[in-house]
Design a protein around this ligand. Structure first.
Ligand code: ZN
Ligand code: ZN
Length: 221
């Protein structure tokens, strides 16, 4: 079965800028110790509008993101939650993009389904992979999880030399949305036999018993 990737709404709504390794909350609470007293620095929490230096930083970051916008190229970046493990993929080489409802994806991520993309190993490169925990969940298939933050981010098939990347790790914009989403948009629901919600709730994509084009389609007579 293919890979997985839990997209936690909790994380996404808290993310202001989610470049790999840079996760900032919308209302950062800065704490410091004065003697034995714990003090919350409110100036950091609610700075006066006229002194919002961060706005300048935001604009600069936005310009930087725009200039390197993956939507305008074939490459997209991603990382685990803490940013220790990063990847860069040529998304024009993706061989599958689907919402996967298999029990492996459900049980290893905690979600009812995941969005997974398949990448030939020649089209994706990783840094920090030595920090990943690897478990062989099927013969010669290894599930990868960050050893630091614990986030599951991919699965690797040795036989097919293929990476399944779970979509939670792709680089986000200021609103927490995946930059270049259109490039990796799912084309179907797969392994729908163990779907934990009705097809109606999941929109109008085709629904398959297993892989798209290789198994029975379930939403047609
Ligand atoms: Zn991590
Ligand atoms: Zn799956």
């Amino acid at each position: 079965m293919p890979g997985l990737g839990c997209t936690s709404a909790d994380h996404e709504t808290q993310v202001e800028i989610a470049q790999p390794g840079q996760y900032r909350r919308k209302r950062p609470q800065v704490e410091c110790m004065q003697g034995s007293k714990r003090v919350v620095d409110n100036a950091h929490r609610h700075p006066p509008r006229s002194f919002r230096i961060l706005d300048v930083a935001k604009v600069a970051t936005l310009i930087a993101i725009t200039m390197s916008d993956p939507k305008s190229s074939d490459y997209m970046n991603g990382s685990c939650f803490c940013g220790l493990i990063k990847w860069k993929a040529d998304v024009s080489k993706i061989t599958l993009s689907a919402y996967c409802h298999c029990t492996f994806c459900q049980r290893t991520t905690g979600g009812p389904y995941v969005h997974t993309t398949h990448h030939p190993s020649s089209s994706i490169s990783f840094t920090g992979l030595e920090h990943a925990q690897s478990s062989e969940w099927k013969p010669r298939k290894h599930k990868k999880r960050c050893g630091e933050c614990g986030a599951p981010f991919a699965s690797y098939s040795m036989d097919r030399e293929n990476w399944s990347v779970w979509s939670s790790g792709w680089q986000r914009d200021h609103d927490g949305m995946i930059i270049g989403w259109e490039r990796i948009r799912p084309t179907c629901h797969q392994f729908a036999g163990t779907m934990q919600m009705s097809v109606k709730e999941l929109g109008e994509l085709p629904v398959y018993e297993g892989y798209e084009g290789k198994s029975k389609r379930l939403d047609q007579n």
